[in-house]
Write a protein that binds this ligand. Structure first.
Ligand SMILES: Nc1ncnc2c1ncn2[C@@H]1O[C@H](COP(=O)(O)OP(=O)(O)OP(=O)(O)O)[C@@H](O)[C@H]1O
Length: 348
């Protein structure tokens, strides 16, 4: 019986990292519909990022500093709850209307009663809220119990990266977003085509290498492959061994968070997930993304990279995941060395 649980799910954005109080090291995760999803890609974001830069993602953190109330917390008298509530009603409705921002952070000093009122108000408005020490956060997505970036007692490490690297990361992220837009447009256009894809004539790529240059041919090949992947996945899930494996996978703590994780991945450029050892971070999360892409007919457009610190663990993880998928290693799951990975990434 597992008694693990996912400890926290933090969501953030490039813009939130550009704020000096929010700098930290993140694991990057892909937006769900992306054709080239990346897992566990470490991204360092620069200190020198301009404060209000509109970044690459649809959601961002906003700092709300009520500095006019700034004074020593210990000596501060709680400000009028009624006045606070009106002010918060306004702040929260601005947040809801603003498509680019994900959360607001208020450093206004307030007591518990204020927070409870704000929290109830946020709930009524369909938002989440959390108090971290003296800081109140209201957010469109669930909030973690602990936010290291809002912990004044925890020293914030400054990370400086060269401008050229910063530009490269920005370029890659932009490319990534362009590809998401392109592939979601194409998937909409071709969802009807997918139904009749069985009728697509066989394309012999060996006979006609130039076909690779033809995007529509390539797309048809990928759509057909996506359909095959869906059929194979369903066949495995319905087989007795597949059902046994599915039952085991459902017993892992990560499974309870599956829908929330997929939503968070779809809605955020970057998310950080932490959980007890063995809860399913490594073997389950990439599979949730892959399975949902396969189910929606985009399996062959989806690439997931899961990094491991050692070759032996990369081999063990890929072996385990292919077993869980009922496939031989080397089909949809494989492992590559760092050199091969670097080569593949530079040729994406
Ligand atoms: N090679 C394997 N053989 C059998 N079961 C495995 C294997 N690898 C993982 N599991 C099972 O899958 C569960 C999830 O493992 P997974 O590696 O995804 O956890 P994790 O959260 O990434 O752990 P960690 O934080 O230690 O990396 C484990 O608790 C274990 O029961």
């Amino acid at each position: 019986m597992h008694n693990y649980r996912l400890r926290a799910l933090l969501s953030g954005s490039i813009r939130s990292l550009s704020n000096p109080t929010n700098r930290h090291l993140l694991h990057c995760s892909p937006s769900r519909p992306n054709a080239n999803a990346l897992f566990n890609l470490l991204a360092l974001l620069p200190l020198s990022a301009p404060k209000r830069r509109r970044g690459f993602c649809g959601y961002a953190a906003e700092q709300f500093s009520d500095d006019e109330y700034e004074c020593d917390y210990e000596t501060h008298q709680a400000s009028s709850t009624v006045a606070n509530i009106d002010e918060w009603k306004w702040k929260l409705s601005v947040l809801l209307r603003n498509e680019t921002d994900q959360e607001i952070i208020s450093r206004d000093k307030r007591d518990r009663r204020d927070y409870e009122q704000i929290s109830n108000l946020a709930k009524r408005m369909g938002l989440y809220s959390q108090i971290y020490g003296k800081v109140v956060v209201a957010s469109k997505v669930p909030l973690a119990n602990y936010r290291p970036d809002l912990d004044d007692r925890r020293p914030q490490r400054e990370v400086v990266i060269p401008l050229s690297l910063q530009r490269r990361v920005e370029g890659l992220l932009q490319e990534h977003l362009d590809r998401i837009q392109l592939s979601s447009r194409k998937v909409t256009e071709s969802s009807d085509e997918l139904k009749s894809i069985d009728r697509v004539e066989d394309v012999n790529l060996d006979e006609n290498p130039d076909s690779f240059l033809d995007r529509s041919v390539m797309e048809k090949v990928l759509l057909r492959r996506s359909l095959q992947m869906r059929n194979m996945q369903r066949a495995w899930q319905e087989s007795p061994e597949g059902r046994k494996m599915t039952d085991f996978r459902k017993s892992l703590p990560a499974f309870k968070e599956k829908e929330r994780l997929l939503q968070a991945i779809a809605r955020n450029q970057v998310i950080v997930i932490s959980g007890e050892t063995g809860c399913g971070k490594t073997t389950q999360l990439p599979q949730y993304v892959l399975e949902s892409e396969i189910e929606s007919g985009r399996g062959a457009f989806c690439s997931i990279i899961c990094t491991q610190p050692r070759r032996i663990s990369a081999m063990a993880v890929s072996d385990r995941v292919s077993t869980e998928r009922g496939e031989p290693l080397g089909e949809t799951v494989s492992f590559v060395s760092l050199n091969e990975l670097t080569y593949a990434l530079t040729n994406l």
